[in-house]
Design a binder for this molecule. Structure first.
Ligand code: ATP
Ligand code: MG
Ligand code: MG
Length: 520
């Protein structure tokens, strides 16, 4: 086995594809442009990329645009952006709709071979028949009849619209996916790419094997809940190969679907949140979308490490969010700039008897252990603010360290009626050694330059960890998943802060759990 060759090397990840050899592997990532990509799609994209690189083969990106009712060019643009942001490089970009002419032709041939028939059984009835294993009355229409109706379907006529095309497979097979699956149906909707040229669209079950083979995909990766449909894929492919000589074989390989607690991994359901205005949009930091997670502070390397560390496991596991954020923290913590903010409602004044008479602006590193993070301005003044929680921790006579300044001896502590600290007096002791102090306190100068800011904190979309089969997600919407915390004040170096990962928000919250929160 070759070692993992993925960028951002993950060490433990090492899997192989069956029937694969170097230079002879083509994989594909086939998103439907019906929403932005979420982290589940990211797993699919990254696994496909991994195998293409591992075998020095090719990766195709194909927009699976066979359902005009759900798809939009806006989503194509955003998905391209997502793919680029994930660092996924593909060798070729295509659209399933590129193959509509060939698929129309192929359907013709499949009808002539007796593999497809037109069926106008009402949808409900057809579903029942499929459950019972009952053959449709239309199954024995002649080839000529079928060709005739197929023409009507392509024209989108009234007769055509009542029909669909079905593969003649095996109505009594215990595997229901083989009970004459639908191959194509009419849809009069405008297609974002082909307009009104086509009135009939292939189903996923027809388009996927046909286009995979047409594009020379050697290994088609699918999530494991499709396992029941593997046999169907191979049978459709075989019929197509009969109709379309020279069409190569494709190997299916399945991997586990990625799911996370307290959220949804379905574009349709996420779209509901967008449409009902419950989130800002597809890039909302509460969303499990690639763009939402990036806004929340997730780094590409963390996402990749997380996804590849799960590797080839076929078990569908419900992931906790902690796991990915822990990986992320490991990456950003050593390099992240540090800033201080203090809530207006939680601040305590520390008067430094020997502090500077007039405020002095100094420059300090944003992250002492990581100089490239740059410098920030801070002001040393006679009065400074501490956080209530910090003020409550100091004792009279104790020597503490003021971060980026030096030591200070606390001389006097004033307390209010309910025990809260109302003010402190101290004396700078800059000769003091910071190694001898227990408390290292962050502080802000009491100056007019302080910048007010509001902090946002986000909670899960859903209140329930794992939705059961018969749960309806609308019943578990978190009524308040976004909080604004204000007013906060921060120092003069704050502007770069706004661009930093939102992890800071959490950090502040942990320090000040009693802050007032304003629900949205
Ligand atoms: P959704 O329900 O979100 O629309 P989908 O599977 O219909 O999901 P597609 O755009 O068709 O969305 O998916 C593109 C690729 O991503 C497919 O190969 C699909 O198997 C894979 N994929 C989708 N969701 C997940 C997931 N949660 N985990 C892993 N792979 C996924
Ligand atoms: Mg799909
Ligand atoms: Mg879907």
């Amino acid at each position: 086995k070759a070692a993992a060759a993925a960028p951002g090397d993950t060490g433990s990840f090492e899997i192989d594809l069956p029937n694969a050899s170097e230079g002879k592997v083509t994989t594909r990532f086939p998103p439907e442009p019906s929403g932005y990509l979420h982290i589940g799609h990211a797993k699919a994209a990254m696994l496909n990329q991994y195998f293409a690189e591992h075998y020095k083969g090719r990766l195709l990106l194909r927009f699976d645009d066979t359902n005009p009712s759900k798809e939009k060019d806006e989503y194509v643009e955003q998905i391209l952006k997502d793919v680029a942001a994930m660092g996924v490089k593909y060798d070729k970009l295509s659209y399933t709709s590129d193959f509509f002419p060939q698929m129309t032709d192929c359907a013709d041939r499949l009808i002539k071979l007796g593999h497809l028939y037109a069926d106008d059984t009402p949808v409900e009835r057809m579903r029942e028949e499929r459950m019972e294993g009952t053959e449709s009355a239309c199954r024995y229409r002649t080839k000529d009849e079928n060709l005739e109706i197929w023409k009507e379907m392509q024209a989108g006529s009234e007769v055509g619209k009542k029909n669909c095309l079905r593969f003649r497979m095996d109505m009594s097979n215990p595997n229901k996916a083989l009970r004459d699956p639908t191959a194509a149906r009419c849809n009069p909707t405008h297609h974002w790419r082909t307009g009104h040229t086509y009135k009939v669209y292939p189903t996923y079950d027809f388009a996927c094997p046909f286009v995979d083979a047409m594009e020379g995909v050697t290994h088609a990766l699918r999530t494991s809940e499709y396992r029941d449909r593997q046999e169907q894929y191979y049978r459709v492919l075989k019929m197509c190969q009969e109709a379309w000589p020279g069409l190569p074989d494709v190997h299916l390989w399945d991997f586990s679907r990625l799911t996370f607690v307290n959220t949804l991994m379905s574009k349709r359901k996420l779209d509901w949140f967008v449409k009902t205005g419950r989130v800002e949009g597809w890039t909302d930091p509460r969303f499990p979308t690639v763009q939402g997670l990036y806004r929340r502070g997730l780094q590409l390397d963390a996402m990749r490490e997380f996804i590849l560390s799960q590797g080839a496991s076929k078990n569908v596991t419900l992931m906790e969010w902690d796991k990915i954020w822990t990986i992320n923290k490991k990456i950003i913590d050593p390099v992240c700039p540090r800033h201080t903010a203090i809530s207006d409602l939680q601040r305590v004044n520390l008067h430094l008897t020997n502090g500077p008479q007039s405020p002095e602006v100094i420059s300090v590193p944003k992250n002492k252990k990581h100089p490239p993070a740059g410098l920030k301005a801070t002001t040393q003044s006679q009065d400074i603010w501490l956080e209530q929680a910090d003020a409550a921790a100091v004792k009279e006579g104790e020597e503490v360290t003021l971060m980026d300044w030096g030591n200070c001896i606390i001389r006097r502590i004033e307390t209010g009626a309910s025990g809260e600290i109302t003010g402190l007096t101290g004396e700078l002791h800059l000769e003091g050694n910071f190694k001898t102090t227990k408390l290292k306190l962050t502080w802000l100068p009491v100056t007019r330059d302080l910048v007010p800011l509001e902090l946002h904190d986000f909670d899960h979309l859903l209140t329930k960890k794992k939705l059961e089969e018969d749960d309806s997600f609308e019943d578990f919407i978190n009524p308040c998943s976004r909080w604004t915390i204000m007013p906060f004040y921060t120092g003069t170096g704050w502007r770069s802060f706004a661009k930093q990962p939102a992890r800071h928000t959490r950090h502040f919250l942990k320090q000040s759990p009693t802050l007032f929160r304003f629900p949205h």
